[in-house]
Design a binder for this molecule. Structure first.
Ligand code: MNH
Length: 458
């Protein structure tokens, strides 16, 4: 039954036990880690709700409900409160655009060729160039016996890669010890958008959210200035000499204001999530020497002594890919996405929704559902062996979202991550501090916190 039955009444959804009058489910909810707070509620069931200062959030955490939400005939992407606030940075760029904004389809069509196989072949050598800069840095650290801050360096490598691949722009991430201003303003902007998104939904007076917007606008202005300078640099150098995403946009009929927003969208979405995922993969590798050993054997077999294996030699690293897939299962760096009803409908037979009502699909919980097997919290890349994948119900794994608004950069991220992991596994033994307990910071996406590795060259 998916039509609303007006003769019956629907049961209340499960909610956290200690609900306070008026304030709602504020106990145990941390504004700094909304995703982890929400994940902690997942034992309420496959579909639950929580309330926060007058706002109501309905959350889908079970495979059947998430599968229902993937039905494009009934549901579509929703630009949720945090993503809507992110429009201060990203405007009507691809990730932050509303479904019916004309620039979404227009830009999607213009940009698809930037993710073709042919384009990926061009990125391949840039990815290796940047990997060399990372290993030069890490070799120095290894020689001096100094640890590396994994998330910080993963961010260096992924920002540098997307800057050069998408816009021919070297950020110079390896030339300075300081965090690049782009990263600084992005992180502050992402964290701020998250807060603004939460505040706008509450019953607090409007000025509270508006005041929280101020710093976000400040950081957005800095990001816009960086993007505008990259665009100006390209125009000064003359169009027609490059073959990349920026060139595709500048030679299309997209307006300049939108091109700036697209560039910000790509520079942010194109590195932040991959950086987190790469960091988590390195974390799990540091905890699982047996996995490192297997990966190394594969890399030796596929790459041999080649210093710079060709494009085809990345996808052949099936086991390294499984390591990355499994890291993204346990730590989906985009921990959820929103889905909205196209028409009045009933979700899971119990939750009536009006057209436009939305639900959060909580991927972090989906990825640890009991259907994954006996110990869903354990790291085991063999879960992604083909026979295991076939034996499992489809739809348990959604790290890149769903439908026409799912991730356009998926192949880019996978190529880059597998390439980097292989380079690093081949070159270093990675040793984590045995006392380190995985901690996660949230800035819309997830990232390990204060995770350091000791390296030794092999
Ligand atoms: Mn990516 C959309 C996850 C890497 C550019 N990305 C999405 C969505 C998820 C996602 C989930 C859908 C969000 C939603 O439904 O609201 N993306 C990831 C992950 C990684 C990733 C987990 C890395 C790992 N993404 C990348 C890379 C790029 C990129 C790399 C660019 C080079 N992603 C995008 C863009 C969108 C998107 C652009 C929006 C697409 C659209 O709406 O048309």
């Amino acid at each position: 039954m998916t039509a609303v039955d007006h003769r019956r009444s629907y049961p209340a959804l499960p909610h956290p036990r200690r609900r306070l009058p008026l304030l709602g489910d504020v106990l145990g909810f941390s504004a700094d880690s909304p995703s982890q707070s929400t994940m902690a509620l997942a034992d309420l069931g496959p579909l639950f709700e929580f309330r926060f200062l007058g706002a109501r959030y309905v959350v889908a955490a079970g495979p059947e409900v998430v599968a229902e939400l993937s039905d494009e005939s009934r549901f579509c992407k929703h630009v949720g409160p945090d993503i809507d606030a992110l429009r201060i940075l990203g405007g009507d760029g691809l990730f932050t655009a509303y479904n019916d904004e004309p620039n979404w389809q227009k830009a999607h069509d213009v940009l698809m060729p930037a993710f073709s196989q042919q384009a990926m072949r061009r990125y391949h050598s840039i990815m290796f160039d940047v990997a060399d800069e990372l290993t030069a840095r890490w070799d120095g650290r290894a020689a001096r016996g100094v640890t590396v801050d994994v998330s910080v360096d993963a961010t260096r490598v992924t920002l540098e890669t997307i800057g050069r691949c998408a816009a021919g722009h070297p950020f110079g991430c390896f030339e300075s010890e300081a965090v690049h201003p782009f990263v600084e303003h992005m992180v502050a902007g992402l964290k701020g958008s998250d807060r603004v998104g939460v505040l706008r939904q509450t019953f607090l007076p409007d000025f509270v959210a508006r005041r929280a917007e101020r710093p976000v606008r400040h950081h957005a202005a800095r990001l816009h200035a960086i993007a505008d300078e990259i665009i100006a640099e390209r125009v000064r150098g003359g169009l027609g000499r490059h073959d990349d995403l920026l060139e595709l946009m500048l030679t299309s009929d997209l307006q300049l204001a939108n091109i700036r927003y697209q560039l910000i969208n790509f520079l942010v979405a194109g590195h932040e999530t991959t950086s987190g995922a790469l960091s988590f993969a390195l974390y799990y590798l540091s905890q699982h020497p047996e996995v490192v050993k297997k990966a190394r054997a594969e890399i030796a077999e596929v790459w041999g002594d080649e210093v710079r294996p060709g494009f085809e030699n990345i996808a052949k690293l099936r086991y390294v890919r499984r390591v990355f897939d499994e890291a993204l299962r346990l730590q989906p760096t985009v921990p959820g996405y929103y889905r909205e009803a196209r028409e009045d409908t009933v979700l899971a037979g119990v939750h009536p929704m009006r057209k436009g009502d939305w639900v959060l699909a909580l991927i972090g919980s989906l990825h640890r559902d009991p259907q994954w097997g006996p110990d869903p919290d354990a790291f085991d890349p063999d879960r992604f062996a083909p026979e295991k994948v076939r034996a499992r119900p489809a739809g348990l794994y959604k790290p890149f979202g769903t439908g026409p608004r799912s991730c356009i950069g998926r192949q880019f991220a996978l190529h880059e991550a597998v390439l980097l992991l292989a380079v690093l596994i081949r070159r270093y033994d990675v040793i984590a501090d045995p006392d380190y307990q995985l901690q996660i910071t949230e800035r819309l996406t997830l990232m390990p916190k204060d995770f350091h590795l000791s390296l030794s060259r092999r």
